[in-house]
Design a protein around this ligand. Structure first.
Ligand SMILES: [Zn+2]
Length: 237
């Protein structure tokens, strides 16, 4: 059963109502959700599902199910289980998600400062990283930080763009991340555009204007293997 992904159209939804579709040992499925499931290196959302009787079900994590667009909301241990058909009010931990959105968008900007194939990445609420297939000698932390912050200062609005699978196949240079190929087969692929800076397939949540990132600092640069040179960043505020 697929879930309507409300965050895909509006990453700023902090609450919404939804109906329970299924409850099983792997989690709670809803007809629609604002909870982003772990994917593309971005951590899954946490938050609460509020029942009509006032009870709160704390959601400790959100994961993808096996079906396309299937989302599993994982309750914290000991939480009550809702009934199929029940109406709930959803609320995500917004400060946490907003930090993830800012860091995620910062990685898009940084991937245009370090020009090399991306071999991995991860975004948690307090820090984020990208791994590059690049010579260690070409990674200068101070320069990466300065140039990324200079691009952030341009305060460009981000845009979501959809293209067909065929259009993406015709423009392989759009795919920078070797480890995460964009999902195909649905007929269309979602791109994040930061006009003048970056354009690449991405299903994650992003800030509306890169100025919202504020600024980043490079925490460290280190080698994680021959094809993985890791750059780890945090927000400055
Ligand atoms: Zn993204």
């Amino acid at each position: 059963m697929s879930t309507e992904l409300l965050f895909r159209e509006d990453a700023y939804l902090k609450s919404a109502t939804a109906r329970v579709v299924a409850v099983h040992e792997r989690g709670i499925e809803l007809d629609r959700t604002i909870f982003y499931p772990t994917g593309g290196g971005q951590a899954g959302d946490t938050g609460t599902l509020l029942r009509a009787n006032g009870e709160s079900i704390v959601i400790a994590d959100t994961r993808k199910g096996e079906a396309v667009d299937q989302v599993l909301h994982l309750p914290a241990p000991g939480m009550p289980r809702p009934e199929p058909g029940e109406a709930l009010t959803l609320a995500i931990d917004w400060p946490r998600r907003h930090a993830l959105m800012r860091l995620h968008t910062a990685l898009h900007v940084m991937s245009c400062v370090v020009v090399a194939p991306v071999t991995g990445g991860n975004i948690s609420p307090d820090k984020a990283r990208l791994d590059f297939d690049i010579d260690m000698g070409l990674l200068d932390a101070e320069k990466i930080e300065r140039e990324t912050n200079a691009l952030i200062a341009r305060a460009v609005e981000t845009q979501t763009v959809w293209i067909t699978d065929a259009e993406l196949d015709a423009r392989p240079e759009l795919v920078k991340t070797m480890s995460v190929q964009p999902p195909r087969g649905a007929g269309r692929v979602r791109l994040l555009s930061i006009p003048g800076i970056d354009l690449q397939p991405c299903g994650g949540t992003h800030v509306a204007n890169i100025a919202e990132i504020g600024g980043i600092r490079v925490l460290r640069v280190r080698s994680e293997g021959r094809r993985n040179k890791r750059v780890e960043i945090a927000l400055t505020a």
